[in-house]
Design a protein around this ligand. Structure first.
Ligand code: NAI
Length: 287
């Protein structure tokens, strides 16, 4: 596991031929998608930090922001290769990427990340607090460590990044904080008391901060995804997956890019008068 390192995409070795072929295809698809929605790039000239961006929902958020014209800081904890691949795609889309490995639960690492971002990219305008973990088990069996670990990433990580990058946002003309919470924080779930409590905490945090920062012109919103097809869901047994799907009015799991599109909306000027809102992206599972 690496931590505390930052690098611009251009410095990376480009010797992974197989990966590059796959990427060419991805970039073509991304460009086509761009053509189909028109050429309006709502985030031109803005910079975003996305935490936990090496895979899953965070990866799609970073891509969607870049597609709409933003430069992105790709924060992640351990997967150098995934982060580098993503940076290459962002670069091919014509935007700047800065890759930085930092554990968001460690305040010192977050401060170091901010200094590195300032030095190599400048101040950021958009903070997307996406990094999150789960340590699921029935409460009667839940160890204190599972409780603390989840809170240290899901809540302390959000505090650390928001507290540290607030200085940038206060100087931005388009400041946005977007927190990724969860449907589980709204309706609870068996085996997820720690995760649900941390995600419910994010909702209270979002609303309080929205009230506090409105006078500074900083919009603070949250997105509450339902069940989304990512690594987080891949460990769930088939039987339980089927049971969950039967409870979703749209009868399917969501896609990471569907969450990403909601982030772009909240990051854009289209959401100028939206703050303190929790946007559900859940196929109708919780209304
Ligand atoms: P994932 O497990 O696929 O990705 C999580 C990302 O966070 C990874 O890049 C990981 O490296 C990073 N990360 C974890 N701990 C970190 C730390 N201490 N410091 C920096 N980065 C760290 O998860 P997924 O599914 O993409 O979830 C992203 C967010 O969406 C999480 O906050 C999760 O709670 C939330 N969410 C996910 C849902 C789902 O069904 N997949 C549903 C609702 C919310």
């Amino acid at each position: 596991m690496s931590s505390g390192g930052g690098r611009a995409f251009l410095w990376l070795p480009l010797n992974r031929l197989k990966v590059l072929k796959m990427q060419e295809q991805t970039i073509k698809e991304l460009r086509n998608e761009n053509d189909s929605v028109g050429t309006r790039r709502r985030l031109e000239g803005r910079r975003a930090v996305v935490t936990g961006a090496s895979r899953g929902i965070g990866r799609e958020i970073a891509l969607a922001l870049a597609r709409d014209g933003a430069d992105v800081v790709i924060n992640y904890r351990s997967s150098d290769e995934d982060a580098d691949e993503l940076a290459r795609i962002v670069d091919d889309l014509g935007e700047q990427a800065w890759v930085y490995s930092a554990d968001v639960s460690e305040m010192e690492q977050v401060k170091e990340m901010k200094r590195s971002v300032e030095k190599h990219m400048g101040n950021v305008d958009i903070l997307v607090n996406n990094a999150g973990i789960n340590r699921d088990t029935l409460f009667s069996k839940m160890e204190e460590s599972a409780w603390k670990e989840v809170f240290s990433v899901n809540m302390n990580g959000v505090f650390n990044c928001t507290r540290v990058f607030l200085e940038h946002l206060e100087q931005s003309s388009y400041p946005r904080i977007i927190n990724i919470t969860s449907i589980v924080g709204q309706m609870g779930n068996v085996g997820q008391a720690n995760y649900a409590a941390s995600k419910a905490g994010i909702i209270g945090f979002t609303k309080s901060l929205a009230k506090e920062l409105a006078r500074k012109g900083i919009n603070v919103n949250a997105i509450a995804p339902g069940f989304i097809e990512t690594d987080m869901l891949s460990g769930v047994p088939d039987k339980i997956r089927e049971r969950i799907i039967s409870q979703i009015p749209m009868r399917r799991f969501g896609k990471p890019e569907e969450v990403a599109r909601a982030v772009v909306f909240l990051a854009s000027d289209d959401a100028d008068y939206v703050t303190g809102h929790v946007l559900n992206v859940n196929g109708g599972m919780y209304l």
